[in-house]
Design a binder for this molecule. Structure first.
Ligand code: THU
Length: 126
């Protein structure tokens, strides 16, 4: 298993998910080879919870690791990124490979373009 996928799977252990008990791990690969992880962080005020994908992406941006080449997301049962995450992935990464994993393995490879056809982005604002 490659480092990106094993990082996403291992990041589930960092999840703070006391309300849903649905732990999500994510990892992004940077052009320089760095791997940065994230996890979901829930809040008693549910809408304030943060998804794992966005945790990983925002950490990468905060560390000036902006050239994001791939993303992996891991859940117990192979869940796909939610709609909000798809928009954030498109905004920050463009069209990149996305690896969907369950608790022990990669189960499918897709892309951000496939997950978000006809995206709304800066091109509509200029
Ligand atoms: N969650 C993610 O971390 N990523 C997604 O793309 C879908 C949902 C989290 C949010 C919440 O903590 C839990 O999964 C259940 O919705």
């Amino acid at each position: 298993m490659n480092e990106l996928i094993s990082k996403a799977i291992s990041m589930r252990k960092r999840a703070r998910a006391p309300y849903s008990n649905y732990t999500v791990g994510a990892a992004v690969e940077i052009a320089n080879g760095n791997i940065i992880g994230g996890c979901n962080v829930e809040n008693a005020s549910y809408p304030l919870s943060n998804c794992a994908e966005q945790s990983a992406l925002f950490t990468a941006i905060s560390e000036d690791q902006t050239e994001i080449k791939a993303l992996a997301v891991a859940t117990e049962n192979g869940g796909f990124p939610c709609g909000a995450c798809r928009q954030v992935i498109w905004e920050l990464c463009g069209d990149i490979p996305i690896y969907i994993c369950d608790k022990d393995n990669l189960i499918i490879e897709t892309t951000s373009k496939v997950l978000l056809p006809n995206p709304f982005d800066v091109r509509k604002l200029t």
